[in-house]
Design a protein. Structure first.
Length: 221
């Protein structure tokens, strides 16, 4: 799938225009976009990054990374996804950057999502739904998710050493297994109302505008 990811990442360069400040997401597919962006870095004003990981890669290429507060509204945001349904609604957050990704998507006029073909699904939910949570609310939120979803199983994300994974914001992640998300917009709204939830990895209210599916040639959804 690495070739499909590369093709999707490189195709997204077609949406970059001279003088833009480009929103840049996180993940293995986005890494190919960053590498391709380096070849035209002289044409853009800079970037806004959704994670420390992407910031490091951008700066390694000599691409300026700006703060969103100073950059203002963005014309373009390019990011990947863990799942994408036919309505261009997404599950994101496998890389634990969902809150910053959601903020930049909201700040952008156009959201271009780059995926490999395996990420296309008819119904979201096979990939566990990430929810970023304030640490002290982890158990409370898990109980509420279980009650509200009628069967979704929240699991505290941990690393290989058994330590809780922390986001760049210092919060924890609950991955909700066993969902078939027929109404992503409603579930996103419901989970966002739980006290202690910072962000939900459903991108339904702000879905992608364009989806690039890596292949030969890449396809647009």
């Amino acid at each position: 799938m690495s070739e499909a990811k590369r093709l999707a990442g490189e195709k997204a360069i077609d949406f970059v225009e001279d003088g833009m400040i480009v929103g840049v997401g996180t993940g293995s597919t986005v890494a190919y976009f960053i590498d391709a962006l380096a070849s035209i870095k002289h044409r853009i004003r800079g970037t806004v990054s959704s994670s420390e990981q992407s910031t490091q890669r951008l700066r390694a290429h000599g691409i300026e990374v700006l703060d969103l507060n100073s950059a203002g509204p963005l014309a373009l945001y390019v990011d990947g996804a863990d799942e994408c349904d036919p309505g261009k609604r997404l599950i994101k957050g496998g890389g634990a950057a969902l809150t910053r990704e959601k903020i930049i998507a909201e700040a952008s006029d156009r959201f271009v999502c780059i995926i490999d073909p395996a990420k296309r699904v008819d119904v979201l939910g096979k990939f566990p739904l990430p929810v970023e949570v304030i640490p002290m609310a982890r158990s409370l939120v898990a109980r509420e998710i279980l009650r509200l979803t009628g069967g979704g199983q929240p699991v505290w994300r941990q690393d290989a050493s058994g330590n809780g994974v922390l986001t760049d914001n210092g919060n924890v992640i609950l991955d909700v297994h066993g969902l078939a998300i027929d109404d992503p917009l409603s579930l996103e709204s419901t989970l966002n109302q739980i006290p202690g939830v910072v962000s939900v990895g459903l991108f339904a209210r702000r879905a992608a505008d364009v989806v690039i599916i890596g292949g030969e040639p890449p396809q647009l959804l």
